[in-house]
Each structure stands twice: as C-alpha cells, then as structure tokens.
Design a protein. Sequence first.
Length: 266
Amino acid sequence: MGLLQDRVALITGAGGGIGRGVALSFARQGAAVVVAELNEASGSETAEDLKALGARALFVRTDVCDKASVEYAIERAVTEFGGLDILVNNAFVPTPNVLLEDKTDEMLDQTLTSTIKASWWAMRAALPHMKTRGGGAVINFYSIDTEIGAWLHADYNTAKSGIVGLTRSAAAEWGRFNIRVNAIAPTAMGATFHKLAADNPGFAEMSASMRPLGRCGDPEQDIGPAVVFLASEMSRYITGETLHVDGGLHLPGYNSRPKDVAVREY
C-alpha cells in the first residue's frame, strides 16, 4: 500500500519538468493521476508512462488561462475516478525575461491569470468534491524568485507573492472542511534548467555549487517525495505552510542581476 493509495490527484502542467516528476511520484505511491496539461504530446506521454507503472491515469488537455478548461479538468477527474482528493497547482505560462519597466500589461495579465487565477479557479472547483470526500490536500507552487526579487521576473514574482496569500487564506478558511492547503518552493532540473545548461557551459556546475547540498534537484527523486508528503496523511497536521525544496538555495539566495545592466542609470 502506497502513501497515496486509492487517492485521486490532479496535477496541472504534469507533461514535463517538475509536474511530470510529481506525477510519477504520485503514481508510485498508488494515486490515480489526472495529467492536466496543455501540450497534448507530452501530456499523453506522461499519462501512458503512469499507466506503465500500474497507475490509473488520464490526460486532460488543460489551458490554465481559461476558467472553463480548468473546471472541465476537475470534472473529468471526478467522472473518471469517482472523486478528487489532491490538487497540485504547478502550471504557469512564462513571459519574456525583460526588465520591469519593459514588462507589458499583457505579460502581467498572462502571468497573473496562469498562476493566481488558475489556482483560484481550480481550488474553488475542487472544493465541493473534497468536501464530499471528507477532506483533501491542495499544494500550490511558490518560488524563491519572489524572495530574492529575481531580475527580469517582476510579473512572476508578483504573482507568486499572491500564491502565498491565497494559500494561507484557503488554509485558514478550509480547515473546517479538513482540507489542508500548503505551498512548495522547489528548484529542480526541469526544461528551463536543461536549456540553460546546454546554452551555457558550466551552468549546471555553478548552479549546484550555490546550494548547501552541492547538487541540483531531480524532479521525481527530490521534488516528488516532498509533494507526496504534503499530499499524504504524513502531513495531516500541517496547513498554511511554505516548504522550500531547493537543496538549501534559499539560505544564501543568489544574484540574478544581468551583467549588461548598469549599477546606476539616469
């Protein structure tokens, strides 16, 4: 019996990177998993890989910028597997890495929608189904970028700050339904990491050296188990928390200032 045996989970953005790692970890612990992913090829592949592990799995094409699409994914989880116990809000739609003064209103709207609104929509749609099951677990994704004010990510940092507010508010209000709501701030070797490593020789080694544990995280082996913990009865008395899973990177932080930006401009 796994830690998530007979639980039903929906994970947004589970077609790759950290989302896929979490989905694989959930499957190994006995959960039925809905892969709520926009990319049909990667989403379907992940679902098939989960089935190969013996798990019940379903791919649902999901656009987290569209409320109806998010709500449809929740309903498919319920109709396919009989309910919903775990919601993992991982997906977001990135915008170009430009300075705050160059971020457009459209970029800000896209980021706020794909993070705060998407999580809000999914949580509210999941609520009645979790109440029916007698409780549940929601895991939202936060980021160390917000804590250090990462350059070129002003819209993302703003949105992730909102995720903490949403997480804490839901934890405070939904405890009466036995629904636990927590946030996780992970860093791992996802698609962006591998692209940076390929384009910048030495990036992987430098990234590992910044962490007290001296290595970069693996989506399935390092991040997945932490999300399993927050989704399982092992964390039954934890809610409203933010858990850093980054090899200790949040301790020293990091300098994100681009080299081509002057120290002072007039």
